[in-house]
Write a protein that binds this ligand. Sequence first.
Ligand code: KIV
Ligand code: ZN
Length: 383
Amino acid sequence: MADRVYVFDTTLRDGEQSPGVHLDVEAKLEIGRALVDLGVDVIEAGFPISSPGDFESVNSLAKGLKGVTVCGLTRAKQADIECAAEALKPAERPRIHTGLGVSDNHLQHKLRMTREQALEAGVKAVRLARNFVPDVEYFMEDSGRADRAYVYQVVEAVIEAGATVVNVPDTTGYTYPTEYGSLIQGIIENVPNSHKAIFSCHCHNDLGMATANTLAGVLGGARQVEVTVNGIGERAGNTSLEEVVVALKIRHDLFGCDTGIDTHKLLSVSRLVSKLTGMVVQRNKAVVGANAYAHSSGIHQDGVLKERTTYEIIDPHMVGAEKSEIILTARSGRHGVKHRLNEIGFSFTDDRFEKIYEQFLHIADQKDEVTAEDLRRLVETVK
Ligand code: KIV
Ligand code: ZN
């Protein structure tokens, strides 16, 4: 039987930390409902102590969303944890996500703590959080740049203190997939009580490797992935939900893991998040970009029209897209042009088609794309 990978969506917390994005309670509720419908397992709704608005958002989502774990972020501080516990009170399945840095860089420059002090604060935070909720996730910020032996020590101590999930963030997007995978694998193999917790991948995209790192983490044994819709988030963003979920599905042969996501809803959720955050999805974005199922060169169009899988590994229906698209450009061949003409209701003898195709090439040289309207005009003028 395939293993289950839990999808922890942090669009409403880390995603909302994208510069220029602000979501009010109503928008967060709308996205939250769409995420539940999509089938995510955990929704990180916000950072309750950070502002009254964030408290209200976490509280409203805790009240309004059923059938999902609702999570609130805290620092490893008593006031944060008490505030999150209060905000999460109405949740059916509350989770407190607490933690602090583990890299020497963060310990020295940000936290100004010794390793021992940080470890003690982390353990104390987990114990306190467990007084309020049975489900506590511990994050080890900047794990990607931390000393492995210290990471193992922290993992063992926080599991002993009651953490149910241990998050291994590559906060700065520094690691390479083989490194990140081996970090997760190393934790699982070297920490004696690792079987008592689920390990979670939380990767940032500074070097464009967030998805690859997260998938390497799954290969290393992690069974939770922390993701955002469209990959939005701090700086270059977080791991994209749709990329990880579809990769696990398409390469089931490699990962042997399932998620609870209904992939047919991916495109509509992507569009909703883009609309409400104002973050435009780049056309060539994997899985949900406008060009993800569009073909413009003659060689590719000919292949796809003969058999879709020649150039498309994802069936567009799988993500809720209507169909593959043939985009007519100066690189399009006869097969593509004939196909588009047929789609808009025309078919011609070979001679007439040759004349139309010749004219098509002249128009295509002047434009980025030859539209259906251009084709109709062309048909009227070429007799
Ligand atoms: O990137 C990170 O380390 C985080 C933690 C707060 C989980 O977002
Ligand atoms: Zn993060």
